[in-house]
Design a protein around this ligand. Structure first.
Ligand SMILES: Nc1ncnc2c1ncn2[C@@H]1O[C@H](COP(=O)(O)OP(=O)(O)OP(=O)(O)O)[C@@H](O)[C@H]1O
Ligand SMILES: [Mg+2]
Length: 496
């Protein structure tokens, strides 16, 4: 498990330093560091799973990213590269869970092997260029442009070849991502196929789900930002906040209410608004008589259920997977698609969207997921900013934005869910629970805790490792990890 864990550790342990370094290298904050973390994670997991070509491919892409990062002088230079690589990583990440405990089939093995060789050539070419040219000359060298175009072509071709392996799902994902980069034609299908469902295993985030629900339901209009490193669970949290069902956060709500009302019974009144839309059933929450006195409106709910986000926003809860929407025009199209508004003749998309939002009377909840894509890849960031601020100005629209990194967008006061420095990793207990839910045959043990700690309890890493543990015993995972970590430390020392 080479770079995965150690890199996660380094990244998480030194967020501030890392951010400083990043901002100084690439001022506008195009986030290649998260890409590298993701590639390391994938490489490590694939290595442990014995999918060496996949591991090597991810490793080479990471080296390519590092070369480009070193040579880039500004964010503009690397926007397209960053977008291509992010898309590639997303597809590569799907290989491991899809193959799961099975052996990788020959065809897939061959495809990845060929891709690995292509990548090796690209890496060699880039390394040669990097040695030969000065910083400026490198970046503007004609050959360099060709190498990068080659990288994009090879990457697109490889992704297309995966269609044969994974069928319609990847195929459409690729189309959704690929087409959106070429043109601004976004279909409803593109959006829906890129929209994930809330993960079945979801641990350790009760408090944050509750906070999110509270913010959305207490205010007429809420603006939540879920920020943080790739794989930390931003999308999953957003999905759970918007679709939470009674029970998922009940325990925490119960204790919150008890604590608050004990300290000051008057607070019960404030809670009523919150509870009105929250996740738990009233009868589980407070004694019936207290309910009847203080919460008559709640008590009148016919089913005894109190209300939650679903109830407040009804069907007007929309999820926009922005990784397939790289600029303001495609964001508008995406919005029109999910809102199911058709464009009438003589009007443009913006105009229609604007008048729809202005005239709509009921609360709307928009989840803008992976917003880093339009924010960093659009040539007209200002247009993206204007659009989101315009939406923000519509009194009925609440927004949840998820983004990699530590900074949300625009001139909007975001409530950051998970803290100022972004979504934290899971607590050990939650990581253990997630691991064991995916791999129920694994026993709770000190060994498992060691592994989870080494993974820094990062959700993506925990999930990948739990999947691997179905085919490899824990001792092997730990041994491989320790071995790779040593290799990695050696590499890092050599580098430095
Ligand atoms: N609380 C959790 N418990 C268990 N698994 C989780 C949890 N949160 C996220 N995961 C799992 O971790 C993986 C990554 O989660 P998710 O896609 O939400 O991360 P992300 O931060 O949105 O990543 P990205 O920046 O790549 O969009 C998914 O497989 C998800 O199911
Ligand atoms: Mg996400």
């Amino acid at each position: 498990m080479p770079k995965l864990i150690a890199k996660f550790k380094t990244r998480l342990g030194s967020l501030a330093t890392h951010k400083d370094k990043e901002t100084s290298a690439i001022p506008s904050g195009v986030d290649l560091s998260h890409l590298k973390v993701g590639l390391s994670a994938l490489s490590g997991s694939a290595e442990i799973a014995g999918f060496t070509p996949l591991s090597k491919s991810a490793e080479i892409v990471k080296v390519i990213v590092e070369i480009i990062e070193k040579k880039a002088e500004n964010a503009e230079d690397i926007k397209e590269f960053s977008q291509t690589t992010t898309h590639l990583l997303r597809i590569l990440k799907r290989i491991l869970p899809t193959v799961g405990g099975k052996q990788m089939n020959d065809e897939l093995f061959q495809d990845i092997k060929v891709f690995q060789q292509d990548l090796e050539d690209i890496q060699k070419n880039l390394e040669k260029l990097a040695q030969r040219t000065t910083l400026k000359a490198f970046w503007h060298a004609e050959q360099d442009g060709k190498v990068l175009t080659g990288f994009k072509e090879k990457s697109d071709r490889f992704i297309a070849s995966l269609n044969l392996q994974f069928g319609i799902e990847t195929h459409n994902m690729v189309l959704a991502g690929g087409e959106s980069r070429q043109s601004a034609t976004i279909t409803y299908e593109n959006i829906k196929l890129a929209t994930p469902t809330a993960p079945r295993v979801f641990t350790g985030r009760d408090k944050l789900v509750t906070e999110g629900v509270e913010m959305l339901c207490k205010k007429d209009q809420a603006h939540l930002a879920i920020l943080g490193a790739g794989g930390m669970g931003k999308t999953s949290l957003a999905l759970h906040v918007t679709s939470a069902k009674p029970g998922s956060s009940g325990k925490h709500l119960r204790s919150l209410v008890k604590a608050n009302t004990k300290a000051n019974p008057a607070n019960l009144a404030n809670f009523s608004t919150f509870l009105h839309y929250s996740l738990v059933r009233t009868r589980d929450l407070i004694k019936p008589q207290a309910l009847i006195c203080s919460h008559a409106p709640l008590a009148t709910e016919p089913s005894g259920d109190i209300l939650y986000v679903r109830r407040k926003f009804q069907k007007q809860r929309y999820f926009l997977p922005c990784e397939v929407l790289p600029d303001a025009p495609s964001l508008i199209q995406g919005l029109l698609q999910i809102l199911k508004i058709s464009i009438s003749e003589g009007k443009d998309g913006y105009e229609i969207l604007e008048s729809y939002l202005q005239s709509y009377q009921d609360p709307i909840l928009l989840v803008l997921d992976n917003f880093e894509t339009p924010w960093y890849s659009s040539k007209h960031q200002k247009a993206v900013q204007n659009l989101i601020e315009k939406i923000h100005d519509q009194g009925k629209v609440s927004i949840i934005i998820t983004m990699r990194g530590g900074k949300a967008v625009g001139d909007i006061e975001w409530d950051k869910l998970g803290g100022q420095s972004g979504l934290p990793p899971l607590a050990l207990r939650a990581a253990r629970e997630a691991f064991l839910s995916i791999s129920p045959t694994t026993k709770e043990s000190e060994e498992l805790d060691v592994l989870l700690n080494e993974l820094d309890c990062m959700p993506l890493a925990v999930i990948l490792m739990a999947q691997l543990s179905k085919r490899l015993p824990l001792e092997v995972l730990i041994k491989n990890w320790a071995k790779s970590k040593t290799d990695m430390l050696r590499n890092e020392n050599q580098d430095s």
